[in-house]
Ligand binder design. Structure first.
Ligand code: DAH
Length: 357
């Protein structure tokens, strides 16, 4: 009588199962797979040998082998699941971001993290420069009454100077009485009114914010833009203080090789008034297309507070004097980063925006 090919089956099964259990890593187990349950396994060899059996024995032997194989495969599947879970836990541990005590996330794909836009970043830098010079920062409403945006600033109704500001009117109240502010100057009025009411003069403040004009956007203008307003009300303030603040700011923000100059101009709320220009940052004063060959770029306006403005808010001109200035934040960003066309600021093209992270 020949020995059954399955005589050693239970020994083979135990050997295979202990090999499975001893595999320490998923890689090790998978590398062994062909030898345990695959074509090169003893179980496959035995399967082939069943062909030599007498047909009447073959069926029972086949069932026995099948049963044994199922047991080995089950052990294999269990161990595989166990090792897969362990591998996943290790990967998650490696990916875990700890921010202090807070476990934030299991990050499996890189996150696109945003950053402040170039105008917001510029505004913050400008605020920092002025805060370092002793100014406080305030903001004011974007929707203003005609009185704050124009009248209190010595621009009466129908005054030709209104043509300097192409205005968006808001459909509220009487026609043309509520506006989207055309400049940050009305915030000066709020600040002075509050200081007079609270008895907290003097004022050394800057007021950044969004402004609106019914302009067609071009390379140097946007219909929605940003300005920063400056206001000093104190005793004995002169034009020399104004010029000094402008020059100090220019060096602090644009660098030692960029200077400022003041040229006579007209604004209804200041007397005398000036235009505030800086050395062209593109050509460093040599003359180029951006500065129309002058070597200078206009940033904004400034001047000594007009007595009519002080009177409108109840500041006594015999005790207090002061100056104001206002200039474009977007223009500063354009000059500092040499952006040829300001409309790039509102195109929302991430390839442009990413350059300023
Ligand atoms: N508000 C003016 C404008 O937008 C700029 C300006 C000029 C502001 C003179 C001032 C100033 O405070 O004194 O055109």
């Amino acid at each position: 009588m020949t020995t059954s090919p399955l005589a050693e089956l239970s020994t083979h099964v135990s050997t295979l199962k202990s090999r499975i259990v001893q595999a320490a890593t998923l890689a090790e187990l998978l590398a062994d797979e062909p030898f345990i349950v695959g074509k090169r396994s003893i179980l496959s060899t035995l399967q082939k040998s069943l062909g030599a059996l007498a047909p009447e024995d073959r069926k029972a032997a086949g069932a026995e082998l099948q049963e044994a194989r199922r047991g080995v495969e089950e052990t294999f599947a269990l161990r595989r699941a166990e090792l897969e879970n362990a591998a996943r836990a290790i990967a998650l541990e490696a990916d875990r971001l700890d921010l202090g005590d807070v476990v934030v996330a299991h990050v499996t794909a890189p996150l696109a993290v945003g950053h402040p836009g170039i105008v917001a970043a510029t505004q913050r830098q400008l605020e920092d420069v002025f805060v370092a010079m002793g100014f406080t920062v305030s903001d004011g409403p974007e929707v203003e009454s005609d009185w704050y945006n124009f009248e209190a600033l010595n621009i009466p109704p129908a005054h030709p100077a209104r043509g300097m500001w192409d205005t968006f009117y808001v459909d509220l109240g009487e026609p043309e009485t509520v506006v989207l502010r055309t400049h940050t100057s009305p915030t000066q009025i709020h600040l002075m009114e509050e200081a007079v009411a609270a008895g907290t003069l003097p004022i050394h403040g800057v007021m950044p914010g969004r402004c609106f004009r019914r302009d067609t956007p071009d390379a140097r203008h946007l219909a929605t833009f940003h300005q920063i307003e400056g206001l000093v009300v104190d005793r004995g303030i002169t034009f020399a203080d104004l010029a000094g603040v402008i020059e100090t700011f220019t060096h602090a923000y644009f660098g030692a090789d960029i200077s400022s100059r003041l040229r006579p101009a007209f604004f209804p709320f200041t007397e005398p008034s000036a235009e505030f220009e800086i050395t062209c940052t593109i050509c460093r004063g040599e003359g180029c297309r951006t500065c129309s060959q002058t070597g200078w770029i206009e940033l904004g306006g400034c001047g000594m507070l007009d007595p009519a403005v002080l009177e409108a808010v109840g500041v006594h001109g015999d005790e207090w004097s002061g100056f104001a200035f206002g200039f474009g934040i977007d223009r500063c960003a354009q000059m500092r980063h040499q952006i040829a066309d300001m409309r790039a600021l509102i195109d929302n093209d991430v390839r442009f925006l990413r350059q300023f992270s």
